[in-house]
Design a protein around this ligand. Structure first.
Ligand SMILES: Cc1ncc(COP(=O)(O)O)c(C=O)c1O
Length: 351
């Protein structure tokens, strides 16, 4: 039996549903592994993260030469942009998408080619047409903030076009572990097949280790080597507590299965409730968050919800000024968001 402990302090908001974190804590085995590292804090971590790399490679049927570990996906995005983006070809990113992609490209002093979304996800036709030799294409699958996944055929098509044109396809799968097998397909098969694809995953979401900062990239050994040369500048980029907890969490599939189940239940019942509210428009999500369209400005709604102790993501800066993104939390948090939304809707409806 997996025990779930949700720890709150009085200064915490009642429900923190703004950062697409997990509301279900971390694996007890990961917590213990993190605590055990306290006796070795005077020692630098393993710069190669060899044990975690081997564990990831073993689980995904890859070799250690296919895997690189970073301080969250965010660091790997930056490493990929610095190591791979060529000024003559540029980097292709989605508009109204997780800002880490475009931010990484700009931080690497490259100009992004920003493509509009189509049907709430990356436009695969437009992405394929924009790909040149040495282009790097960033895709979020499932998409943040829409919660929609690409079809397996679309991913395969993009991977093949990248191969034909000599480009690289980066697929950010931060949320893929929340999905059921019929809802989303990982691009990892294309890494195994030797296509120029980078799959990014994180311990911040389903593993509940956002506070430790650990993510990984899986890609063809030659692309991995180019990224590793850059990563090696940041010799000890992932700390030893994060490495130990990540390794323990990866071995605790029972825990992530339980979190997936709780999360899917929370998302589905929240979406069902939203469809009964006349002011909400909701699109089914395969992730741990829900995109909600409102008849009021997102910043007004999120500020008012915060007064009731509930934090949601105002998506104005991501290009969705009348949408908020609400993460799935534990049962008390979901009760709080429903109650707070009802109150705020009533306040705004009555002017
Ligand atoms: C699509 C996407 N990629 C990456 C990240 C960041 O992941 P990490 O915590 O591993 O840096 C997030 C965080 O919300 C995200 O939504």
């Amino acid at each position: 039996m997996v025990s779930m402990q949700v720890i709150a302090s009085p200064s915490d908001p009642i429900a923190r549903l703004n950062l697409s974190e997990s509301g279900f804590g971390c694996s007890p085995r990961a917590r213990q592994a993190a605590l055990d590292e306290a006796d070795r804090l005077n020692r630098y971590p393993d710069a190669a993260a060899a044990r975690l790399v081997a564990a990831i490679a073993g689980r995904e049927n890859l070799t250690p030469n296919h895997v690189i570990v970073g301080n969250g996906i965010d660091e790997l995005l930056l490493i990929s942009a610095l190591a791979l983006v060529d000024p003559s070809a540029g980097a292709i990113v989605g508009d109204r998408t997780y800002p880490g992609h475009v931010n990484a490209v700009r931080a690497a002093r490259q100009s992004p080619i920003i493509l509009p979304l189509r049907d709430l996800r990356m436009d695969t036709e437009a992405s394929a047409s924009a790909m040149r030799s040495r282009s790097v294409v960033y895709i979020c699958n499932p998409h943040n903030p829409t919660g929609v996944a690409l079809d397996p055929a679309e991913i395969e098509y993009l991977a093949r076009v990248a191969h034909q044109r000599g480009a690289v396809l980066v697929i950010d799968e931060a949320y893929i572990e929340f999905t059921d097998p019929d809802e989303a397909t990982s691009a990892i098969t294309h890494v195994r097949a030797g296509l120029p694809v980078i799959v990014l995953r994180t311990f911040s979401k389903i593993h509940g280790l956002a506070g430790l900062r650990c993510g990984y990239a899986m890609t063809r050994p030659d692309i991995c080597e180019r990224m590793r040369r850059l990563k090696d500048v940041l010799v000890f980029n992932v700390n030893r507590v994060a490495l130990a907890a990540a390794e323990a969490s990866l071995a605790d599939a029972e825990f992530t299965d339980v979190v997936r189940g709780h999360t899917r239940t929370a998302v589905r019942s929240f979406e069902a409730w939203l469809t009964t509210q006349p002011w909400a428009e909701v699109n089914p999500s395969v992730t741990n968050f829900t995109l909600v369209k409102l008849p009021w400005p997102a910043h007004v709604v999120s500020e008012r919800l915060a007064v009731h102790g509930v934090l949601v993501r105002d998506l104005t800066d991501m290009g969705w000024p009348d949408h908020v993104r609400i993460s799935a939390g534990h049962a008390d948090e979901m009760d709080s968001i429903r109650t707070a939304l009802e109150k705020v809707a009533q306040e705004l409806e009555t002017g």
